[in-house]
Ligand binder design. Structure first.
Ligand code: ADP
Length: 508
């Protein structure tokens, strides 16, 4: 490691896992296909690492084309035959609720598993990821019984005296391949599975290769909840093999993907060959705009959380700060102080406030960005280094003296690194906030309603928070403008992603 990147922070030892998690980690590699746990045809394995120690804690299967074929056959059969298509919406609702109850019952184990696999603290997983996942299944359970069509007035002419009765229905889109990232492994699985199941689709879930463990545990709970075989299939494996095979497979009707913009583009291209339905929730470089009249202390707390929550590994992280010149120094001092006070450590240590990044690759990437910022002339206000311990830690970092053309300002870092810029003219701030290829989210901080209502429509982003950041809700649409993707998850929009509209036109 470059000497300038060394940090003096002390890092505690990762405590031993609980007996329940230790037992789970010993289960062999397996895939969930057609309601059964089966071996992968590939016989290839992927190592699962605890990012707090850098040590292997489990191995999972690397599914290949033959496994993808089997999963698609199982999902197709479950979609077309057997109990699933015969179930009433209310019966699907009951299954989703049962699953949410099982998530609640196993919350402690799921939180711990998420922590040792992803690096986030068990505490955070227990107050955000796991209850969020439970609530997501509950919320979408309610949608199963609320999917409706319209009756349509038509003016079809040409046949004297003819009359038509016309209506639309929403039908499940079919077999869905759902590819999720490693930053919120369980919650992202829920965002994908819950609306698809509420709509009556069948699913093949592929967790990220770095973080497959909670998806596998969720698979066990899905069986326990009583979902019919083949309704949910889970394939662990690499993106380039298992993921790419799913995207190309002609038996898949829809791809739902959350991940990087570069992979999103590849997926969109590949899915075009078979004209699959595609929804993409991709990267971001979200601005946090602090106006001169903001409640500065609230803004400092909010902006710190916007970038450091989940170690900055959040697609809607507030990674570009724009503070008005009159408050800039105070804001940057405040965020830097908050960054210095965050205790780094392993996820199972109750004292830890920020765990390691997910992988060595990610640590190197984030440190590489910090170094590139330095080389291009940025100054490090705080952080900028990594402790020398094993584990993929990066200090919460604030960079100042940055310029719009620097890589640290333009590219998504996906780590705890904030770039801070000042602005003078509030008429120019919308253009500065929009100076990015991304458009996932933004936050504006002001107590002046007129300022807020004038800026919000000018920001090209799927979510704009006002005096808050990073809040999501199952009922609030979430997704991107521009290269942050297309399609909206949550609420009615998520149901629309997983249904096709059928028009029925009846001559009467
Ligand atoms: P990151 O760069 O943050 O690791 P990725 O976009 O690479 O995120 O990964 C998100 C998900 O996409 C993971 O489940 C990964 O396995 C999958 N993936 C990566 N490459 C491909 C690909 N070529 N086709 C399909 N899925 C992929």
């Amino acid at each position: 490691m470059n000497a300038s990147l060394a940090s003096q922070r002390e890092i505690a030892k990762q405590p031993e896992p609980s007996p329940a998690v230790a037992r789970f980690l010993k289960r062999g590699p397996r895939l969930l296909i057609g309601g059964e746990w089966v071996e992968s045809k590939s016989k290839q394995l992927v190592s699962v690492i605890d990012p707090a120690t850098g040590r292997e804690i489990a191995t999972v299967a690397d599914a290949d084309q033959a496994d993808v074929d089997r999963a698609v056959v199982a999902a197709r059969a479950a979609f077309e035959k057997g109990p699933w298509p015969e179930m009433t919406p209310a019966q699907r609702e009951v299954l989703l609720w049962r699953l949410s109850d099982l998530i609640e019952k196993n919350a402690d184990e799921l939180s711990e598993l998420e922590s040792v696999n992803n690096g986030k603290t068990k505490f955070m997983a227990s107050i955000i990821d796991v209850p969020g996942t439970r609530n997501y299944f509950r919320y979408m359970a309610g949608w199963a019984t609320k999917i409706t069509g319209d009756t349509i007035s038509t003016s079809i002419g040409g046949i004297p005296g003819a009359k038509f009765h016309t209506y639309t229905s929403r039908e499940p889109v079919g077999v869905c391949a759902q590819i999720v990232p490693w930053n919120f492994p369980l919650a992202m699985a829920a965002w994908k599975l819950a609306p698809a199941l509420a709509a009556g689709c069948t699913c093949i879930l592929k967790p990220a290769e770095q973080t497959p463990l909670t998806a596998l545990r969720l698979g066990e709970l899905i069986i326990e909840a009583g979902f019919p075989p083949g309704v949910v299939n889970i394939l662990t494996g690499l993106g380039e093999t298992a993921g790419a095979a799913l995207v190309a497979h002609p038996g898949v009707d829809k791809i739902a993907f959350t991940g990087s913009t570069s992979v999103g583009k590849l997926i969109n291209k590949s899915a075009t060959d078979t004209l699959k339905r595609v929804s993409l929730e991709l990267g971001g470089k979200s601005p946090v705009v602090i106006f001169p009249d903001a409640d500065v202390n609230a803004a400092i707390g909010g902006a710190s959380n916007a970038i450091f929550f989940n170690h900055g590994q959040v697609c809607c992280a507030g990674s570009r700060l724009y503070a008005h010149r009159s408050v800039f120094d105070q804001v940057v001092e405040g965020i830097s102080g908050a960054a210095r006070s965050i205790k780094l450590g392993p996820g199972l240590d109750p004292q830890t406030q920020m765990g390691p990044l997910v992988s060595k690759e990610q640590q190197d990437r984030v440190l590489g960005y910090i170094e590139s910022g330095r080389k291009q002339g940025a100054s490090v206000m705080t952080g900028g280094g990594a402790p020398s311990n094993p584990g993929y830690y990066v200090e919460p970092t604030v960079l100042v003296n940055v310029k719009p053309e620097m890589r640290v300002v333009r590219e998504e870092i996906f780590g705890p690194v904030l770039v801070a810029q000042r602005f003078d003219d509030i008429n120019e701030i919308a253009a500065m906030a929009n100076d990015t290829e991304y458009g996932l989210s933004a936050s504006v901080w002001s107590k002046d309603l007129s300022t807020v209502h004038r800026i919000v429509p000018k920001i090209r982003a799927g979510t704009v928070w006002v005096n808050c950041h990073n809040f999501v809700d199952p009922n609030m649409p979430f997704g991107g403008f521009k290269q942050s993707g297309f399609g909206r998850e949550h609420g009615r929009s998520a149901i629309e992603l997983y249904t096709e509209i059928k028009s029925v036109c009846m001559a009467i």
